[in-house]
Design a protein around this ligand. Structure first.
Ligand code: CDP
Length: 644
């Protein structure tokens, strides 16, 4: 699609060498000969222009908006997810990173039958989108199949079928296909599901998560029995009603109890497996559904591949992240005013993406679902960088409060921007009956987990303005905030901390594939180096410190590093699991969707430690949890010398 020439007065972009290379490799468009057909700046202009172009629909000034978006992107204050960079203005035009597809217990009749959905998923993968699926509606393995008088394959069998198929289909761009498979904790095949990835080389195209209910967690707490149940597939009602177990039960479909297990045994099985290699993760279904913005449309059953985005059937979400590292004020402050402006422009950008996205025309349900709720997922990256700048320790109580204050600010202004868009463009079409229905508003403003005690100069937020705004105009987007992993975009933006994660290591060896050769480059945190320099540490000593940090990843055990620096410059392994969970929970209070975060455990952590983290996460209102015990997986992306 034609893009007008990049206006000569627009600035160029400053990127680190590594960032520039990743960007050129992944985002820049190429001709048939494989050579780039645009410069880095032209790439940003292509994205800015084609997203702004839809503002024609509402009488907007396209060039004016394109310039505004270009400045936002090239200042690295905000990036959309990778597919928006690769897809904008291209014939494919698919811009979203994540989708959820329904699977009904059916081989060929329904449009969301097992193989129809596999086909839809394959088409989405080719455009660079990841998929999440709940396998919970599939009848248990061995159940009677009436038409063939045979025995059902079961959800785990079909999960393997999907995995094989996706293994053969490359995802669009340079991404490798990511998928999420969910099974409810009361499904009769849950035990097979929990162990289906015991072998690290099995089912490699899927992340798996157990869908946990409150009833299950209470049964674990009280050491009760737990029933594995499924609707009676022989009942004529079973063919007539579609829905979750709860929906079928409410509609009078008889439910069969297959087996009773001790809830704690099942829980321990999950814990043991997660302790062993990080999978399955857990998703808290009831917690997610309590804040489902559109309960009149569907209950939430699954998330996207990395767990941060709950979606209804055929929904997608275009994610985008504010780079907090580019919102540092002078002398260890936060630049709140710039942050406010970035949030407003980014919210409009993402709402434009809902419009600009071509989705996958061969799966028309995708566009329909996207336009009905107009979900956007504005999040953050570089939280850890900002915390280094402000001098707050990630994970500490102070750090939890700081993260909450930042995220509350973002949520507040994203909502205000979405209300303003509703005023100009109209609210999302499915608003009637939703939690944002102006005539029956059931949404209430979010509150911090703990009362605030500290002041980082944040301007006051009056949530009554938001309530009043929704009453008057509704809101443009059924969901506004999500914290994504930002695997690629944070690299391009030059953040040390991905998404809301702490910094992984202050120095490490990076393995780069250089024309088939494994090239090893060393990386050292620029902020840490600067802090040492500012503390007057001589160069010779700094070099010694660096050598040791390269071995250990952390500076916590180096007496030569001044205490005030050690206090602030923590990395993932310095933070206790409980602190990790509390950081996630404190942010979750201000994120209407979910959060991608890994709870890191040291090598010697026990299964009981993992179990404690799950319980705490559930109690604090997290919508899911992913754990990783150091050294438990063979393939680790980043390695310090010590673990290499
Ligand atoms: O940084 P970037 O925009 O490339 O993506 P991310 O924030 O790391 O991942 C966001 C979402 O993209 C994930 O949760 C997945 O749904 C999807 N994704 C995928 O499908 N395949 C990948 N290889 C990476 C991400």
């Amino acid at each position: 699609l034609p893009t007008p020439p990049l206006p000569g007065d627009l600035p160029s972009v400053h990127l680190t060498e590594n960032a520039r290379q990743v960007l050129i490799r992944r985002y820049v468009r190429r001709g048939e000969d494989g050579q780039p057909v645009e410069s880095v700046e032209e790439m940003f202009w292509r994205v800015a222009y084609h997203i702004a172009k839809v503002e024609e629909n509402w009488g907007g000034d396209v060039m004016q908006s394109a310039r505004e978006f270009y400045l936002l992107l090239t200042s690295k204050k905000f990036f959309p997810n990778s597919p928006t960079f690769t897809g904008a203005g291209t014939p494919l035009g698919q811009l979203a990173a994540c989708f959820v597809l329904p699977i009904s217990d059916d081989m060929g009749r329904e449009p969301d039958g097992i193989f129809q959905t596999l086909r839809d998923a394959a088409l989405i993968q080719q455009t660079g989108g990841g998929n999440g699926f709940s396998f919970s509606r599939l009848r248990p393995k061995g159940t009677l199949v009436k038409s063939s008088a045979g025995q059902a394959t079961g959800p785990v069998g079909f999960l393997r079928v999907y995995d094989h198929a996706f293994g053969e289909i490359a995802q669009g761009g340079t991404r490798r296909g990511a998928n999420m498979g969910v099974l409810r904790v009361d499904h009769p095949d849950i035990e097979d599901f929990i162990t289906c990835k015991t072998d690290e080389n099995a089912i490699t195209n899927f992340n798996i998560s157990v869908g946990i209910t409150d009833a299950f967690m209470r049964a674990v707490e009280n050491d009760e029995e737990w029933e594995l149940r499924f609707p009676d597939v022989r009942s004529p009602r079973y063919r007539e009603v579609k829905g979750t177990l709860e929906q079928l039960e409410a509609a009078g479909v008889p439910i069969v109890t297959y087996r009773r297990v001790r809830a704690r045994d099942l829980f321990n099985k999950i814990v043991k497996q997660a302790h062993h290699n990080g999978e399955p993760g857990v998703l808290f279904l009831d917690t997610a559904n309590r804040s489902n913005p559109v309960p009149h449309l569907y209950p939430l059953e699954a998330t996207n591949p990395c767990g941060e985005q709950w979606l209804g059937p055929y929904e997608n979400c275009c994610l985008g992240s504010i780079n907090l590292n580019e919102h540092c004020g002078p002398n260890g402050t936060v630049d709140w005013e710039t942050l406010r402006q970035s949030v407003i422009t980014a919210t409009r950008f993402l709402d434009d993406v809902v419009e600009a996205n071509a989705y996958v025309p061969a799966v028309p349900q995708l566009k329909e679902a996207a336009h009905r709720a107009r979900r956007i997922g504005l999040g953050i990256m570089g939280l850890a960088d900002l915390m280094y700048h402000v001098g707050v320790r990630y994970g500490s109580e102070e750090g939890q409060e700081f993260a909450a204050q930042v995220m509350e600010f973002i949520r507040f202004h994203a909502m205000k921007a979405s209300i303003e868009l509703a005023r100009q463009r109209g609210p999302f079409p499915a608003i009637k009956g939703s939690i944002y229905d102006p005539e029956n508003l059931t949404w209430t403003p979010p509150r911090p987990l703990m009362p605030y005690q500290r002041d980082w100069g944040r301007p006051p937020l009056d949530w009554d303005e938001v309530v009043e705004g929704i009453r008057l105009y509704g809101i443009r987007n059924a969901a506004q905030t999500t914290i994504a992993p930002t695997g690629t975009i944070a690299t391009v933006a030059g953040c040390e901390g991905y998404g809301c994660e702490p910094v992984f290591a202050l120095a490490y060896i990076r393995h780069v594939n250089d024309n088939g050769k494994d090239l090893q480059l060393t990386y050292a945190s620029p902020r840490f180096e600067e802090a040492l320099r500012e503390a007057g540490i001589p160069e010779e000593k700094r070099r010694e410190i660096f050598e040791r940090v390269l071995r250990e990843g952390t500076c916590q055990h180096i007496p030569d590093v001044p205490e005030h620096i050690r206090n602030v410059f923590v990395v993932a392994s310095d933070i206790t699991a409980e602190e990790h969970v509390r950081m996630q929970a404190t942010l979750q209070a201000f994120v209407d969707n979910s959060i991608s975060k890994t709870i890191n455990f040291p090598e010697h952590a026990t299964e009981e430690d993992v179990a404690t983290a799950y319980m705490l996460a559930w109690k604090l209102g997290c919508k899911g949890l992913t754990v990783y015990v150091t050294g438990s997986r063979e393939k680790v992306v980043l390695e310090t010398l010590a673990t290499a």
